[in-house]
Design a protein around this ligand. Structure first.
Ligand code: SF4
Length: 95
Protein backbone atom coordinates (compact mmCIF):
# COMPACT_ATOMS: atom_id res chain seq x y z
CA UNK A 1 0.00 0.00 0.00
CA UNK A 2 1.28 3.43 -0.90
CA UNK A 3 0.78 6.39 1.38
CA UNK A 4 -1.06 9.57 0.45
CA UNK A 5 2.20 11.06 -0.81
CA UNK A 6 2.15 8.94 -3.93
CA UNK A 7 -0.43 9.78 -6.52
CA UNK A 8 1.33 9.09 -9.79
CA UNK A 9 3.01 12.36 -10.68
CA UNK A 10 6.59 12.17 -11.90
CA UNK A 11 8.22 13.41 -8.71
CA UNK A 12 6.05 11.18 -6.59
CA UNK A 13 7.38 8.20 -8.51
CA UNK A 14 10.77 9.01 -6.97
CA UNK A 15 9.50 9.29 -3.39
CA UNK A 16 11.69 7.52 -0.85
CA UNK A 17 8.54 6.49 1.01
CA UNK A 18 7.14 4.72 -2.02
CA UNK A 19 6.05 1.26 -0.97
CA UNK A 20 7.19 1.80 2.63
CA UNK A 21 3.78 2.19 4.24
CA UNK A 22 1.56 -0.79 4.87
CA UNK A 23 -2.01 -1.12 6.06
CA UNK A 24 -0.63 -2.02 9.48
CA UNK A 25 2.18 0.50 9.64
CA UNK A 26 2.24 3.91 8.02
CA UNK A 27 4.79 6.05 9.87
CA UNK A 28 3.79 9.10 7.81
CA UNK A 29 0.29 8.99 9.17
CA UNK A 30 0.48 7.37 12.61
CA UNK A 31 -2.64 7.35 14.70
CA UNK A 32 -2.83 8.31 18.33
CA UNK A 33 -0.25 9.85 20.59
CA UNK A 34 2.54 8.61 22.79
CA UNK A 35 5.88 6.92 22.38
CA UNK A 36 4.84 4.62 19.54
CA UNK A 37 3.52 7.54 17.52
CA UNK A 38 6.63 9.61 18.21
CA UNK A 39 8.80 6.69 17.10
CA UNK A 40 6.77 6.30 13.92
CA UNK A 41 7.10 10.00 13.10
CA UNK A 42 10.85 9.84 13.68
CA UNK A 43 11.00 6.84 11.35
CA UNK A 44 9.13 8.75 8.66
CA UNK A 45 11.30 11.83 9.02
CA UNK A 46 14.45 9.70 8.71
CA UNK A 47 13.22 8.43 5.33
CA UNK A 48 12.30 11.97 4.28
CA UNK A 49 15.85 13.09 5.09
CA UNK A 50 17.17 11.01 2.20
CA UNK A 51 14.26 11.64 -0.16
CA UNK A 52 15.14 13.29 -3.49
CA UNK A 53 11.72 14.92 -3.80
CA UNK A 54 11.44 16.44 -0.37
CA UNK A 55 10.91 19.99 -1.64
CA UNK A 56 7.99 19.32 -3.99
CA UNK A 57 6.41 17.06 -1.37
CA UNK A 58 6.48 19.84 1.20
CA UNK A 59 5.20 22.41 -1.29
CA UNK A 60 2.30 20.14 -2.24
CA UNK A 61 1.33 19.72 1.40
CA UNK A 62 1.45 23.47 1.96
CA UNK A 63 -0.44 24.26 -1.24
CA UNK A 64 -3.15 21.75 -0.48
CA UNK A 65 -3.27 22.55 3.21
CA UNK A 66 -2.66 19.06 4.50
CA UNK A 67 -2.98 19.19 8.27
CA UNK A 68 -2.01 15.67 9.23
CA UNK A 69 0.96 13.46 8.62
CA UNK A 70 4.60 13.99 7.74
CA UNK A 71 5.21 15.71 4.40
CA UNK A 72 8.56 16.85 3.10
CA UNK A 73 10.14 15.84 6.38
CA UNK A 74 7.97 18.15 8.43
CA UNK A 75 5.22 17.24 10.83
CA UNK A 76 1.96 19.07 11.34
CA UNK A 77 3.22 21.76 13.70
CA UNK A 78 6.34 22.54 11.70
CA UNK A 79 4.31 22.91 8.49
CA UNK A 80 1.84 25.14 10.28
CA UNK A 81 4.68 27.36 11.51
CA UNK A 82 6.28 27.48 8.06
CA UNK A 83 2.98 28.43 6.42
CA UNK A 84 2.44 31.15 9.02
CA UNK A 85 5.95 32.51 8.54
CA UNK A 86 5.52 32.59 4.78
CA UNK A 87 2.17 34.32 5.12
CA UNK A 88 3.67 36.93 7.42
CA UNK A 89 6.56 37.41 5.02
CA UNK A 90 4.16 37.94 2.14
CA UNK A 91 2.21 40.47 4.18
CA UNK A 92 5.41 42.33 5.05
CA UNK A 93 6.46 42.41 1.39
CA UNK A 94 3.13 43.95 0.42
CA UNK A 95 3.21 46.60 3.16
S1 SF4 B 1 9.67 13.88 1.53
FE1 SF4 B 1 9.03 12.18 2.83
S2 SF4 B 1 6.81 12.09 2.66
FE2 SF4 B 1 7.57 13.34 0.98
S3 SF4 B 1 7.77 11.94 -0.75
FE3 SF4 B 1 9.74 12.03 0.28
S4 SF4 B 1 9.77 10.36 1.77
FE4 SF4 B 1 7.64 10.68 1.13
Amino acid sequence: MDSDHQRGTSWQDRAACRGQATADHDPWFPEGKGADTAAAIAEAKAVCERCPVRAPCLELALAEGHRSGVWGGLGTQARKELAKARHQGADAAQA
